[in-house]
Design a protein around this ligand. Structure first.
Ligand code: FAD
Length: 553
């Protein structure tokens, strides 16, 4: 039995965001964005009230698939088909709640082995059907949906039955893991033997190893463990050209990397069935320290110095002033975050350190490893923080942030219930352009809010650091005007932010991928010739455009 997220929103049924225990949040959000937490929520319709287009699969195709997988692994009920229609982007959530289902897959397939995946692909190609691999369905870039005008049969291949850690090589420090393993599946299996993959995206509970690889995902502790592109050492992929199995070696010099071609391929080259990934011993000690900086520029300079130093933290994160205010507003009375709002901390920051409290920026830095390593790294970081005018406020707020990070995504459904829109966009750029990119993106968002006539709010944090630059992660929210379709207004704001990335030395995405949402910026990002090479690769492997046509290019 494969469990899925809510058909209409994020996460598990019965789990939702609440703000009653966070007394400062509703007034703060109302003031900065006009979004009213106390507005009565709209009821999400029952799926049975909506019209789901009927499955168009022919009897012949259905029989061939049932013969390959067994009837219990070929589904065509409305609920399963709707769950597999979209991912969890803002656009997806709005459309699915409106009953705007587009091209719903005709059949949902649950193979249990690589041989069954091969059989499904063969049948799909013979029938000239479209086949879309499905992991956890958590992407936010529209990388799962079939083209609306698609007249061929559409099949969704869900790898959710393939979720085992197949083997662990403690000498090489690698594990072979099936692509359908969700974050908690694979961590539980590895942790039981004292190991971890070290990949913890915010969507960890609802995304899969195959999905991470197919979107080039990045986790919170990437500063220490690397992005999934670094973690993935080898892949097995069922493609129209046959089974691709790359060597399980640390590095190779054998032409352009086929492993790298699979990373970020969003189902366009084939179905990833398993991967060999780097694993690490579960750390002896793990701690997240909180710091305050006088402003975002000092915070960024400190993160840059940390990246250039001998310190090797697992997380480097600094929020801009707007995000800091938001985070502080989410605190519960008496909680470690709430204590940051107490008079002592505020007085220390303003009187002793001379901070302007409205510009102050909160930072979380994570350390893990041996006790000795953690102590040494903390000391190195403390010196750098001090050099940039910052000060430490202990590990309480960081521990709380760590415990709550997987709950935060539920807030998007909460505001959508009240007709408001909230979303994220992220990019990477060099240390040289980081601050100007931030300022120009915030300005572009402000201009877009004005253009659509709304009082929007945008904030940002640096989330992953590298030798030459970092990722900045922007969140924006607004209450759409009553005289304009919400998605139209959303397009103006989202489009302005994405364009500002490209115009200011950033990439269209550091880790959320392309899908259909970011497709129009691919040529600008990769150069037209670069985009042409990607198209040619897909056309060569999949000349019939049977595999997830429409994603990326
Ligand atoms: P899906 O959404 O099911 O699929 C994504 C794409 O990969 C599709 O094109 C699909 O066809 C393809 N695919 C999936 N499985 C396979 C396979 N086995 N073989 C071939 N192709 C396949 N991303 C991050 O990187 N870091 C984050 O911190 C993060 N946080 C998020 C928080 C929230 C609230 C949300 C909604 C999303 C977040 N994401 C994050 C985005 C998303 O979780 C990632 O893109 C994730 O890697 C998608 O994995 P999935 O298993 O859900 O893939």
């Amino acid at each position: 039995m494969v469990e899925h997220m809510k058909w209409w929103g994020w996460g598990q049924e019965g789990v939702a965001f609440h703000h009653e225990d966070k007394p400062n949040l509703a007034p703060f959000v109302k003031r900065v964005s006009g979004i009213d937490f106390d507005a009565p929520p709209a009821q999400v319709p029952e799926l049975s009230e909506l019209e789901v287009p009927a499955s168009r699969a022919s009897q012949e195709l259905r029989e061939a698939l049932v013969a390959a997988l067994g009837a219990e692994h070929v589904h065509d009920d409305d609920h399963d088909r709707v769950v597999h229609t979209y991912g969890k982007s803002m656009r997806d959530l709005v459309r699915v709640r409106r009953g705007d289902f587009g091209r719903v897959p005709d059949l949902i397939l649950y193979p249990g082995t690589e041989a069954e995946v091969e059989a499904v692909l063969r049948i799909a190609l013979d029938a000239d059907a479209v086949l879309i691999p499905f992991g956890g369905g958590s992407n936010i870039v529209g990388s799962l949906e079939a083209p609306r005008e698609e007249t061929r049969p559409v099949l969704s291949l869900d790898v959710g039955r393939m979720r085992a850690v197949l083997s662990l090589d403690e000498t090489a420090q690698t594990a072979r893991i099936q692509a359908g393993a969700l974050g908690p599946d694979l961590e539980a299996q590895l942790n039981a033997r004292g190991w971890t993959i070290g990949h913890f995206p915010d969507s960890f509970k609802h995304s899969t190893l195959g999905g991470w690889i197919a979107t080039r995902s990045s986790g919170m502790q990437s500063d220490r463990f690397g992005d999934i592109a670094d973690i993935t050492r080898a892949v097995r992929v069922v493609t129209p050209k046959g089974l691709v199995a790359t060597s399980e070696v640390p590095v190779q010099s054998v032409g352009p990397s086929v492993r790298e071609m699979v990373l970020g391929s969003e189902g366009r080259l084939g179905i990833i069935t398993e991967a060999t990934v780097q694993v690490h011993r579960v750390a002896e000690e793990r701690v997240i320290q909180a710091y305050f900086f006088p402003d975002y520029a000092s915070g960024l300079k400190a993160m840059h110095d940390i990246a250039a130093s001998d310190a090797s933290p697992s997380i480097t994160r600094v929020s801009d002033a707007n995000e800091t205010q938001f985070t502080l507003a989410t605190s519960k009375k008496g909680s470690p975050l709430g204590q940051l709002l107490n008079k002592g901390v505020q007085l220390y920051a303003s009187k002793r350190k001379g901070f302007d409290l409205s510009e102050m920026c909160l930072s979380f830095i994570g350390f893990e490893g041996s006790s000795l390593g953690v102590r040494r790294n903390k000391a190195l970081v403390a010196e750098i923080v001090k050099k940039h005018g910052g000060f430490g406020v202990g590990s309480g707020p960081g521990t709380l942030y760590d415990q709550k990070k997987f709950d935060t995504p539920y807030i998007r459904d909460f505001i959508l219930d009240r007709g408001a829109y909230g979303d994220v966009s992220e990019t990477s750029s060099s240390w040289t352009t980081l601050k100007s990119l931030h300022d120009n993106v915030v300005a572009a968002a402000g201009k877009a809010f004005a253009e659509v006539g709304v009082k929007g709010f945008v904030f940002c944090h640096l989330s992953h650091s590298y030798h030459s630059g970092a990722c900045q992660y922007f969140t924006f929210a607004f209450q759409p005007p009553t005289d304009r379709d919400g998605l139209e207004a959303y397009d103006v704001v989202k489009g302005a932010i994405q364009q500002a990335f490209i115009d200011n030395g950033g990439t269209l995405s550091h880790h959320h991928a392309v899908g259909r949402e970011h497709k129009r910026w691919v040529s600008e990002d990769l150069s037209p010739a670069g985009a042409e090479i990607v198209s040619t690769l897909f056309a060569g492997v999949d000349p019939g455009r049977n595999l997830n046509p429409g994603a990326i290019v």
